[in-house]
Design a protein around this ligand. Structure first.
Ligand SMILES: [Zn+2]
Ligand SMILES: [Zn+2]
Ligand SMILES: [Zn+2]
Length: 54
């Protein structure tokens, strides 16, 4: 049985949808990538097409 749990990245301005499997967990929140999880230190963008968070 496969349970797919998807949610929006915890980064406010990020529009990416992440699954529990792929998400990077930080402080009980789930992010799509390291950049989001780290709060975009160093102005590092998410890197996903169509996503403008940084
Ligand atoms: Zn994103
Ligand atoms: Zn994100
Ligand atoms: Zn972000």
């Amino acid at each position: 049985m496969t349970t797919v749990t998807s949610m929006k990245c915890a980064c406010e301005t990020c529009l990416c949808i992440v699954t529990l499997e792929d998400a990077i967990e930080k402080n009980s929140k789930y992010y799509c990538c390291e950049a989001c999880a780290n709060g975009h230190v160093g102005a590092q963008g998410c890197g996903h097409k169509g996503c403008t968070c940084n």
